[in-house]
Design a protein around this ligand. Structure first.
Ligand code: FAD
Length: 403
């Protein structure tokens, strides 16, 4: 039976990076993945340009950009491997990049460059890479460590790193392998759920908006009651089945089924005052006045639902204008659900951080580590999820080397 110092299962962002670092520090590493193609998620990320990190991540309080049952868990790894360190690696490999929005760094060229960089790092560390290679049963014994059945025969190792990611985009190889291994060894798993995902709306209430697919506009979006309130100021996109765009993807990670979302189409404006001022000076139809705040297609959808608004603004009742102001500044809608794992960028939940060390990512089961998205740490949109993959992989690799 082949024997390795470390076996890493999952050659995505976290697994590739961990294997490369551990290999370069002298460990004999085997990296396994069942996928036909390498690191598909990196390839499709950031619209094909990989938003590989975020410059705005505050390394003194990184938990602000992450969710999980214990939001502080991610601090140790993220403060010890920073966006600047990953940027330096990207620069060493001559990969050109640019900042797009709110600290988000994207490759100028295809995201394949990041994959090639990680593969070069693995090659420099002499990593053995079996892909595609199925992974079967994993067993453990006190004296021999882990025995792993694979499509290329059984292998043995004292240290096993699980980097198999979450459930998002099953069509490119996502699986529940990591959760199953965690459960097998008695570790807890926080129920996974789709996150950074478009939200769907159904029924009669949504009918007037069904024709707005493709419409995009900036909004302030919020959900949650007082203490748990979360808000984002980002672009909203109407889709055929509901809402998407950065605003909705961000809020989806915090949204609880049955809870409403509140949207403000004119953040910072006293819309009620502006409408009553318009009533004094204008004879335009209300739909046309609304163009100051929202695209005309959305204004038409609103006005079309209410006969009291289908008139010149100077003839509108104060009550109707007050209701309209409320709709512009506090539009409340309740999603019927999400688009699910097929469209979710990440999976929230995962291996319970109470059963992992935040310093090393080792679990309560000796020699068994979990890194990347399989862990109950989920980042905001904007490069934070990759930064968690790099940082957790680095913390784990350092611990493997130190042993
Ligand atoms: P993954 O990268 O998912 O890798 C897991 C690997 O494990 C895969 O290669 C898979 O084949 C393998 N595997 C799974 N099950 C098994 C098994 N049973 N046996 C063997 N191998 C297995 N994040 C950002 O920060 N910036 C972005 O721009 C961005 N864009 C995204 C766009 C899309 C469309 C999606 C879906 C995600 C995006 N993300 C982005 C999220 C990011 O891709 C993930 O958070 C990140 O890839 C997680 O890294 P990981 O190594 O933990 O898991």
């Amino acid at each position: 039976m082949d024997s390795f110092d470390v076996v890493v299962i999952g050659a995505g962002a976290a697994g590739l990076f961990c294997a490369g670092v551990a290999g370069q520090r002298g460990l004999k590493v085997l990296l396994l993945d069942h996928g036909e193609r390498i690191a598909e998620k990196i390839r499709i990320s950031g619209g094909g340009r990989a938003n590989f990190t975020n410059r705005d991540l505050d390394v003194r309080a990184p938990q602000r950009h992450f969710i999980g049952d214990n939001p502080n868990f991610c601090r140790s790894a993220l403060s010890r491997y920073t966006p600047q360190q990953f940027i330096a690696l990207v620069q060493r490999h001559g990969i050109a990049f640019h900042e797009k929005h709110k600290g988000q760094l994207f490759c100028d060229g295809p995201s394949q460059q990041i994959i090639d960089m990680l593969l070069a790092e693995c090659a420099a560390g002499g990593v053995t890479h079996w892909q595609p290679c199925s992974v079967g049963a994993v067993s453990w014994s006190d004296d021999g460590g882990y025995a792993i059945q694979t499509g290329r025969g059984a292998v043995r190792t004292p240290r096993l790193v699980v980097a198999t990611g979450g459930l998002s985009i099953p069509q490119i190889g996502a699986s529940d392998f990591g959760y199953r291994i965690a459960t097998q060894f008695g570790l807890r798993v926080i129920t996974p759920r789709p996150a950074l995902v478009p939200l769907t709306f159904g029924g009669e209430a949504w009918e007037p908006y069904a024709g707005l697919a493709g419409l995009a506009l900036p909004v302030q979006i919020e959900t949650g009651s007082k203490k748990e309130r979360m808000a984002f100021h980002e672009d909203l996109l109407f889709t055929h089945r509901g809402l998407s765009g950065p605003a909705v993807l961000q809020i989806s990670s915090y949204w609880k089924p049955g809870a409403p979302l509140t949207l403000d189409f004119a953040p910072g404006t006293d819309v009620a005052a502006a409408l009553s001022e318009a009533k004094q000076r204008s004879r335009k139809r209300i739909g046309n006045e609304l163009a100051a705040w929202v695209p005309s297609r959305l204004a038409d959808a609103w006005v079309g639902q209410d006969a009291a608004l289908q008139r010149p603004i100077n003839e509108a009742a104060d009550r109707a204008l007050a209701a309209l102001a409320e709709r512009i500044a506090r539009w409340q809608i309740t999603p019927s659900g999400t688009e699910g794992y097929k469209k979710a960028e990440v999976t929230a939940g995962g291996v319970d951080t109470r059963d992992l060390s935040s310093q090393t990512l080792e679990s309560k089961q000796p020699g068994l580590y979990f890194i990347g998205e399989v862990v109950d740490v989920t980042g905001w949109l904007g490069g934070y999820n990759f930064q968690w993959a790099w940082a957790s992989a680095h913390a784990c690799a350092q611990a493997l080397v130190a042993q």
